[in-house]
Design a protein around this ligand. Structure first.
Ligand code: F6R
Length: 260
């Protein structure tokens, strides 16, 4: 696991965008796994800038989003589909047919989840998965006690997650209780994981995920089992890490060819 410590979310987001840009330049038909929420907003802004100002080409890229609320239509202001359209896809040259987001209105949810897994397989698997972390340690919406081998499926959101996400809705009561999320097993099959975490309310989850035991109680800790993970943190999210000096030392001494 590579831990990259930056002062601000903006600086970390630029590095995350460089990692994705390098992949897309090397493999123009890369398959990207994407997340929603506040965390990747700076990354998405930078990807749009790289496309519009530096010609980074997304025309052959395929994307799969991690999750979507159940019962929320794709054009609902709080849907993750609309979020992605507004904050990323509208600024890129990515054909709509190459965008995949779970359908919160699917009639047969288990069949939809199976088809989602099949579509990921058919695309050749995810090359790089962008991840945020919940204050309770979730990845996607794999809440604590989620099986670390789970696949795309329905999950019930914790009250903590509903409260955290209430800022996007008019009232807490409007936040759905259920979602469709890629499973931990699905996420761990991505060839590379890129987790971003910003702000003081992520510090405890970040330290447990990186330095604590691997446990379904802290789903993000399963990233310790993955061979290629980059974690990008701002100063506030890294305050509870005990090995910060080592992470910084590793980063400062990266061979030139490994730098971003
Ligand atoms: C969203 C997702 C979630 C968020 C997490 C952090 O697609 O998968 O795991 O990444 O809840 O949310 P923010 O970034 O809003 O703090």
């Amino acid at each position: 696991m590579e831990i990259i410590l930056q002062e601000t979310a903006a600086e970390a987001s630029v590095i995350a965008a460089k990692i994705i840009a390098r992949l897309v330049r090397e493999k123009p038909n890369a398959v990207l796994g994407l997340a929603t929420g506040s965390t990747p907003l700076g990354l998405y802004r930078e990807l749009i800038r790289l496309h519009q100002e530096e010609g980074l080409d997304f025309s052959q890229v395929t994307t799969f989003n991690l999750d979507e609320y159940i019962g929320v239509a794709g054009d609902h202001p709080c849907s993750y589909r609309l979020f992605m359209m507004e904050n990323l896809f509208s600024g890129l040259n990515l054909p709509a047919s190459q965008i995949h987001i779970p359908d919160g209105l699917a009639e047969d949810i288990p069949a939809h989840c199976e088809a989602y897994e099949e579509a990921i397989r058919a695309a050749g698997g995810i090359d790089l998965q962008v991840l945020g972390i919940g204050s309770d340690g979730h990845l996607g919406f794999n809440e604590p006690t989620s099986s670390l081998a789970s696949r795309t499926r329905i999950k019930t959101l914790t009250e903590e997650t509903r409260q955290d996400n209430a800022r996007f809705f008019e009232r807490v009561a409007d936040v759905p209780h259920h979602c469709i999320t890629m499973g931990m097993g699905t996420i761990l099959e991505s060839r590379v994981c890129l987790m971003l975490a910003f702000g003081a309310n992520k510090a405890a989850a970040v330290s447990q995920a990186i330095e604590g035991p691997v446990s379904a109680m802290m789903p993000a800790s399963a990233l310790q089992l993955h061979p290629r993970v980059h974690v990008l943190l701002d100063a506030e999210a890294s305050t509870k890490l005990t090995r910060k000096d080592y992470y910084q030392y590793v980063y400062d001494n990266k061979p030139t060819w490994q730098r971003y």
